[in-house]
Design a protein around this ligand. Structure first.
Ligand code: E4P
Length: 281
């Protein structure tokens, strides 16, 4: 299982690299960029950014992180509001893809996001499909990106499912099982990981990649890098998520991909992105 840092601060990635000895990759999102110390300082001092400055700040952050990480690259998220079309997302994605040589472009698991992903992989871009909360969404990612030359990442969000009473870890196990019937082009990236037990369970399930806040990685290193043995039991008191038998060989439009947490996640990313921007006067 490859380990990625979930964050938006190069200094933090460096700290993890020093403690762990390596970092396979990095994921970022608008909320994490809004929390970057330099971006935060500017916003708090009243010097909020213009859109061009926000984009330049994001570019600078990923350009600093890019050489620190290994083969899993750096995931950069497009700005996607509910009315952002696939065309606009692809345009942003193409631009972001030129920022660094190891970029993965993050699009949301929405109809427009899937269209954007389909077009992007056809152009040879690497993508990471974010805000995934259901097997159907993961199946749609599989179908929309079939034929991609590069591995496609899908990011199921564990912690946010836990937050509303589900056992989010079940989704990772279910998607892993579903993909055994596929061609292997979609790699599972465990996301919204909040604790050591989450991380241990990701290792136990054998997800391809996991993105983890620096704090949790450092905790794992301090604990002596424990790996789950035969006695390891992940315990979380959430509603079990049932496995669904899904035929992956259908057009992605056949899948019911609507999810309340995807919509909520989009709203929150838009809010956090806008919080960094200069208010129009
Ligand atoms: C990474 O790809 C995700 O954006 C991140 O893991 C979300 O985590 P959160 O639910 O803790 O915000």
């Amino acid at each position: 299982t490859k380990i990625l840092v979930d964050g938006g601060d190069p200094a933090e990635t460096m700290r993890v690299k020093e403690a762990l000895g390596y970092v396979d990759g990095q994921t970022t999102n608008p909320s994490l960029i809004a929390k970057n110390p330099e971006v935060k300082k500017r916003v708090e001092s009243g010097r909020s950014l213009s859109e061009a400055e926000e984009s330049a700040a994001y570019r600078k952050i990923v350009q600093e992180i890019s050489p620190m990480v290994g083969s899993a690259g750096v995931s950069i998220e497009v700005f996607a509001d509910f009315d952002t079309t696939a065309d606009r997302m692809v345009k942003q994605g193409q631009e972001m893809f030129t920022w660094i040589p190891n970029a993965y472009i993050k699009y949301p698991c929405t109809p427009e996001g899937l269209k954007a992903a389909q077009r992007s992989v056809a152009q040879g871009m690497r993508v990471n499909m974010t805000l995934c909360f259901s097997q159907e969404q993961a199946a749609a990612v599989y179908a929309a990106t079939k034929g991609s030359k590069a591995p496609v990442y899908v990011s199921p969000f564990v912690g946010r499912l836990d937050d509303i009473g589900w056992n989010g870890m079940d989704l990772l196990a279910n998607i892993k099982r579903m993909f055994t019937t596929g061609d292997g082009h979609v790699h599972i990236l465990g996301a919204s990981i909040r604790s050591l037990p989450h991380l241990m369970r990701c290792f136990q399930i054998g997800v391809d990649l996991v993105t983890v806040p620096a704090k949790v990685i450092l905790e794992w290193v301090t604990a002596g890098r424990p790996m789950p043995d035969a006695n390891f039991r992940y315990q979380f008191n959430g509603k079990p998520m049932e496995y669904r038998q899904i035929d992956l060989n259908q057009p992605w439009q056949n899948f019911n991909i609507k999810h309340e947490l995807t919509d909520k996640g989009i709203r929150k990313f838009v809010e956090d992105y806008r919080s960094t921007l200069r208010k129009a006067s």
